[in-house]
Design a binder for this molecule. Structure first.
Ligand SMILES: C[S@@+](CC[C@H](N)C(=O)[O-])C[C@H]1O[C@@H](n2cnc3c(N)ncnc32)[C@H](O)[C@@H]1O
Length: 226
């Protein structure tokens, strides 16, 4: 099935948010990092400005800068209306309110757009749709990330998650997934089943992080080779 831009709602986070969602210390930032479902986040662009290379994968990278800009403009108000409606499900301490949230997200996506064509040329943004395999060799990366995709979209199902996580673990020595809640802000129902499948060959840990925007959403899943 082809990936339709009109079915996507682009929404991107910043490097500061990635650092706190994934407990990324200075040492982590110098690792070979790949980020799955990275979308219009400014993580890659901000890391690149610091002289650090991230490889970002997402199906939206098949579209042009203009197409992505248009889609961001079309959907911004829809997302902000939904956030207003569900305001009580979130914690407004770091991000102080809806207008700060809008500024933060639009700023991140504008950084992404400014970097997008350069990053495509440098192969920092690669079109890829999970759970498809990538062309990378085994353990090509130290660290693989999934922010606000796996576990959050639990409706994609267990099989999708097992295949996706298996591919991430093939190309990475370690992966981190944030959040571990689903879209209803409940603990992802897939987590116990995923733990069961991978615990035989990998070490799985659920770790607290400093980032909490979804209520009770301050935990990430880390999976490492034994
Ligand atoms: C909520 S956004 C998160 C973007 C970014 N990671 C962040 O936290 O700011 C979810 C992303 O998952 C991407 N996505 C959707 N289906 C995907 C798939 N099958 N494989 C990989 N990414 C996918 C979307 O295009 C979108 O960019």
């Amino acid at each position: 099935m082809s990936f339709e831009l009109e079915n996507t709602v682009p929404w991107g986070r910043t490097l500061a948010e990635y650092k706190s969602m994934f407990n990324l210390g200075e040492c982590d930032l110098s690792k070979r990092i790949i980020s799955f479902g990275d979308g219009p986040a400014s993580f890659n662009s901000e890391m690149n400005m610091l002289g650090k290379k991230v490889t970002s994968l997402d199906p939206i990278y098949q579209f042009s800068k203009e197409e992505l800009r248009q889609r961001i403009d079309e959907t911004k108000d829809i997302v902000m209306d939904q956030m207003t409606e569900n305001k009580d499900n979130f914690i407004w301490t770091t991000i102080k309110g809806l207008s700060e949230l809008e500024q933060l997200r639009m700023g991140a996506m504008s950084n992404f757009l400014a970097d997008y064509e350069i990053g495509l040329n440098e192969n920092r943004y690669l079109m890829h749709e999970l759970p498809e395999s990538t062309n990378f060799k085994a353990q090509n990366f130290d660290l693989g990330l999934s922010s606000h995709f796996l576990l959050l979209y639990s409706k994609l199902g267990l099989d999708f998650h097992i295949k996706s996580i298996s591919e991430m673990l093939r190309v990475c020595k370690e992966i981190r997934i944030f959040p571990i809640l689903n879209l209803n802000a409940e603990p992802s129902e897939l987590l116990p089943k995923i733990e069961k499948v991978f615990k035989k060959d990998f070490e799985l840990n659920i770790e607290p992080v400093n980032y909490e925007f979804q209520k009770d959403g301050n935990k990430m899943l880390r999976i490492q080779r034994r």
